[in-house]
Design a protein around this ligand. Structure first.
Ligand code: GLV
Ligand code: MN
Ligand code: MN
Length: 410
């Protein structure tokens, strides 16, 4: 199996160092168009340069790395290897970051040992996959695959700063976003932690993803009546938080009835006006709905709308905004088989599986052959500071990624 330019300890150190960027008071958060993101890109640019890779950003701020190799005609399409550089709030250090760092190490190791590839290779560190600042998420991959429009840039963060404003404040020209769109992609490869327990339970080292979950993000608002907490009798209230609680309480049961593969999560809630002595007049909350089966998501949305409709008879009104809706997507069957062959040839235990987490690969897969490879997550924990993967698994996964790139590009 291919040797890497770094040993396991050195690679672990790079991952840990990168995981300190954006940490404040012990909590890691790198969102887009922030100084933390700038620092992360500075680190990646240095690492790329040390590995003979030339860094260059596109018009939205995705950071590409171009290995210094000759012999390739300029009109050749690229194999792109990467993942995202942003994180959720209070994140672990591996989600996204691992795929970018592993891409740099794998490609540079291959070139050092095998000489120039016959195919054009690029690394990419993508922005705002998580949607922790701009909730629609996947900004970097959407910009590359479909192109962002000026309308997309009107989305606002929780401080009412639009994407366009955030871009300008960080030195990017929002007028140029469309320039990030690409047509010249041969394949996209992403290595990622599993973020679930399947590989650990099955004692496998590598997961080969067949289907990535579809997902829908809804913003719901329930309107009641703001009033005094002390003088308004219990029977005379239109408490928007109580109404929201009734709806939210029913979601798990509703989902279980519809599909065993579906998930729905209310992860953000805002009570207005948000005062201890005021009956809430308005509640806003998010609902993240996912399923690897088509139709599951829309059925669940329908049931949730029915739950919301019921609140009308108690005098509430509601609005529901569909922020994102992506169908489940299958990854490229040839790349899946190639990855399977690579694992077999290297004697590494692998299994095919689906992904319940969203990934940049799902957007790339809409237009380009794409593959996603998982390594085990301890206890399946992710989107949490407790996220952890064994250094041995990380190292082995990176070597398998390198073997996969070798098969495709040498
Ligand atoms: C991305 O990490 C997601 O699955 O929400
Ligand atoms: Mn991720
Ligand atoms: Mn994530």
């Amino acid at each position: 199996m291919i040797r890497l330019n770094v040993d396991q300890n050195e690679f672990n150190k790079i991952i840990s160092q990168f995981g300190e960027i954006g940490r404040k008071n012990g909590e890691l958060w790198r969102s887009s168009y922030t100084p933390e993101e700038g620092d992360a890109k500075k680190f990646l640019r240095e690492l790329m340069k040390e590995n003979d890779i030339v860094p260059k950003e596109d018009s939205v701020g995705n950071l590409y790395g171009f290995p210094k190799t000759s012999k390739i005609s300029a009109d050749q399409k690229s194999i792109i290897i990467g993942s995202h550089i942003d994180t959720v709030r209070n994140a672990g250090i591996l989600d996204g970051a691992l795929g970018v760092l592993a891409g740099i190490i794998a490609v540079s190791s291959l070139i050092k040992q095998l000489g120039p590839p016959r195919k054009k290779l690029e690394i990419v560190g993508l922005i705002e996959e998580e949607g922790s600042r701009f909730h629609s998420g996947f900004l970097g991959s959407r910009a590359i695959v479909h192109g962002l429009t000026q309308a997309d840039l009107s989305e606002q963060d929780c401080n009412n700063i639009s994407i366009a404003e955030a871009m300008s404040d960080s030195g990017y020209d929002p007028i140029k976003v469309a320039e990030a769109k690409r047509n010249d992609i041969d394949a996209y490869l992403e290595m990622h932690i599993e973020q679930g327990p399947i590989l650990e339970l099955n004692q496998k080292n590598i997961g080969i993803v067949e289907t990535i979950t579809g997902f829908m993000m809804l913003n719901v608002e329930i309107h009641g009546e703001e009033n005094h907490a002390g003088t308004t009798p219990m029977e005379a209230r239109k408490d928007a938080l109580v109404a929201a609680s009734e709806v939210i309480r029913m979601i798990p049961e509703t989902v279980r009835k519809i599909s065993s593969t579906a998930r729905a999560t209310v992860g953000m809630i805002r009570v207005c006006p948000g005062s201890t002595n005021v009956v809430p007049g308005k509640t806003q909350f998010s609902i993240d709905i996912r399923d690897t089966v088509e139709n599951g998501i829309e059925k669940i949305k329908g049931e949730i709308v029915a739950l919301l409709e019921k609140t009308k008879s108690m005098g509430f009104t509601f609005s529901i905004e569909e922020v994102v809706f992506e169908l489940p997507i299958s990854l490229d069957s040839d790349l899946i088989e190639t990855l399977d062959t690579v694992c077999q040839q290297q004697g590494v235990s692998a299994m095919k599986m689906n992904s319940g987490a969203g990934h940049d690969a799902q957007f790339f897969a809409e237009r380009f052959p794409s593959a996603l490879l998982f390594i085990p997550s301890q206890k399946g924990i992710s989107h949490s500071p407790q996220e952890y993967s064994n250094p041995e698994d990380i190292f082995l996964g990176t070597r398998i990624l390198a073997e996969m790139i070798k098969k495709l590009a040498w």
